[in-house]
Design a protein around this ligand. Structure first.
Ligand code: ARG
Length: 579
């Protein structure tokens, strides 16, 4: 159900009677900005009139005369110099609401035929604990994945973990040098310390750095001893990361791990092919691609190295192979990368190479960039001592704070309920805070704003949901005792506002899919909760005396609860029935 598409079909149909379409015209049909402008307004008639040398008021009037919104709108106003305001018919809205309510997926469209979207997200580097720097890609990427799947796309989650390259050479060389017994359990934090030592040794000891580089080449050539150590490191890291994904209610699992190493066997062929196509050249022993469309600091074509002098491949070589794999083997219709904005230029170069090489076939490439997480001081969010903040620590803190908050409100809550609730609220709040910010800008991590009952927060919406659920629980009997009358009556302005808002759910989901902007869905759910709260405080529901109205309001509440739950679910946020 989509008010926008119903209106736009009819409006364009009417317009095509009046002027010779298609030309380069578009009308903007959108929810009205003020209630006196009706429910939807049409802008852009003036531009069209200008193109045809007509008076805009005259064209707007003719459009309204031709426009058939019988049974959909009860009034259409024309405002000088050519704005059109549409007032939707409450009866039509109420029929639409019943339709939506009786559908298990709230009557939201699905794409046919199923197309494949590859989503590259989370992608931490192996041998290090996940930290706050991974939170954005992981959480926003996962919400996007859920939305794509809900719309019917076939989604390939591609966790492009950094499991290849120089750092593994270092680590393997170091572990060999200290003769570590890999049959004994080592933890990820120990591994991270080893990595730090290895890095220091690499920078200071030329003999060690040579060994580390040899290890990279050995690894890339399939040396069994190196591979064995490497396998252990990857397994250990991914099992640790999985714990974070599970706690965060992220849909990634071990089968989605398609790290840089996945593409290793393709690399020699790719380099050969790029040379053959005249794209890659030998330059001071390395293999380089010079791109005319990107300039370096001296204004010369930018060089992208794809193979080093010693034969080792790079992050870039892997990404080129990866595009080929996603297009040719996975048959991707679209590839979406959730990577921070600092890699934008790099990605564009890789895409450009893949396109020139003919590896991209009818495939849309999108980079959904995001900014940084900052501390209250406006600098990158770190611990007091300046270290990166581990996700485990951050999640523990969220749950601890949620616990305190809940105990404050409900000192007598049982331990079991408290455990469940602090998890749902703590994790939900962190995720929601992340998702509610426009991803392209930096945001400030602030616990007071994250865990608040006021404003655009998870708690506000989760709490509104529990209020609805408690009314619905009481009302269950109403449905049992009386014949179920399928009618939602929109008797007040608030009910009508709620109706229009509820029927905009599909529009919002499609917008978020198109733009990869979950914050728009957050605002939608928040506004729905606000509309509900206002209505709930003003009008009786369960205690409404008129039976028909009582049932109607309960039905409306039921749809609000379903929409909130579905919306939060698409964001990967859980709900509870009571708080
Ligand atoms: N592991 C990389 C990093 O931590 C992110 C990988 C993003 N995906 C990609 N296809 N390059 O920066």
């Amino acid at each position: 159900m989509n008010i926008h598409s119903v209106l736009s079909d009819r409006v364009y149909q009417a317009l095509s009677f009046l002027v010779n379409l298609p030309i380069n015209v578009s009308l903007k049909i959108h929810p009205s900005t003020k209630s006196e402008y009706g429910d939807y307004q049409i802008d852009g008639v003036m531009d069209i009139a200008k193109k045809f040398g007509m008076s805009s008021l005259c064209l707007a009037r003719k459009l309204v005369d031709t426009l058939d919104l019988n049974g959909i709108a009860y009034k259409i106003d024309v405002i000088s110099p050519g704005f059109i305001n549409i007032f939707l018919d409450p009866n039509w809205l109420s029929q639409c609401l019943i339709c939506v309510l009786s559908s298990s997926r709230l009557n939201i469209v699905t794409v046919i035929p199923k197309k494949t979207i590859v989503v590259d997200y989370s992608s931490p580097n192996i041998a290090k604990e996940m930290h706050v720097g991974h939170i954005r890609s992981t959480i926003i990427g996962d919400a996007f994945v859920r939305i794509c799947e809900f719309l019917g796309y076939h989604v390939v989650r591609s966790n492009h973990v950094g499991d290849w390259g120089t750092q593994f050479g270092m680590l393997i060389a170091y572990l060999e040098s200290i003769k570590i017994d890999l049959n004994k359990k080592i933890t990820l934090s120990q591994l991270e310390i080893f990595y730090r030592f290895a890095r220091r040794k690499y920078d200071q000891d030329p003999y060690f750095s040579k060994r580390a580089r040899d290890c990279v080449v050995r690894l890339q050539n399939g040396d069994s001893r190196c591979l064995k150590i490497w396998n252990n490191l990857v397994k250990l890291s991914m099992l640790e990361n999985q714990k974070i994904y599970d706690r965060l209610n992220i849909t990634l699992n071990l089968t989605h791990s398609m790290g840089e190493s996945t593409y290793n066997s393709m690399l020699p062929e790719i380099v050969k092919d790029l040379k053959k196509k005249g794209l890659a050249l030998e330059n001071k022993g390395a293999i380089v691609i010079f791109l005319d469309n990107f300039k370096n600091k001296r204004g010369k074509p930018m060089g992208v190295i794809i193979q080093k002098k010693d034969g080792a491949y790079l992050y870039s070589s892997t990404d080129i192979a990866c595009i080929k794999y996603r297009c040719e083997i996975l048959n991707a219709y679209k590839i979406v990368y959730y990577i921070d904005s600092r890699q934008h230029q790099y990605l564009k170069q890789i895409w450009s190479i893949a396109q020139k090489a003919g590896y991209v076939h009818n495939c849309i490439l999108e980079h959904h960039t995001f900014g940084m997480v900052l501390g209250k001081n406006g600098k990158p969010f770190k611990t007091r001592s300046g270290a990166t903040i581990k996700l485990t620590v951050l999640l523990n803190e969220a749950i601890k704070r949620a616990r305190k908050l809940i105990l404050n409100k409900k000192p007598n809550i049982s331990k079991k309920k408290l455990d469940i609730l602090s998890e749902v609220v703590g994790i939900g709040s962190i995720k929601y805070f992340e998702l509610s910010k426009n991803r392209i800008i930096n945001y400030i991590f602030d616990w007071d704003q994250i865990l608040s009952f006021h404003g655009n927060t998870a708690l506000y919406i989760q709490y509104a949901y529990t209020r609805i659920m408690s009314v619905l629980k009481k009302s269950y009997k109403i449905f049992k005792q009386h014949s179920f009358k399928n009618k939602i009556k929109l008797t007040t302005k608030n009910e009508k506002q709620l109706a229009v808002h509820l029927l905009q759910f599909e529009e919002v989901i499609l917008f978020v899919y198109q733009n990869g902007t979950p914050h728009v869905l957050c605002s939608y759910l928040y506004n729905l909760s606000v509309l509900f709260s206002v209505f709930y405080e003003k009008f009786p529901i369960f205690y409404e005396e008129n039976e028909e109205l009582r049932i109607s309001r309960v039905l409306l509440l039921s749809l609000i609860s379903k929409t909130l739950k579905q919306g939060l679910n698409l964001l990967g946020i859980k709900t509870v029935n009571e708080m």
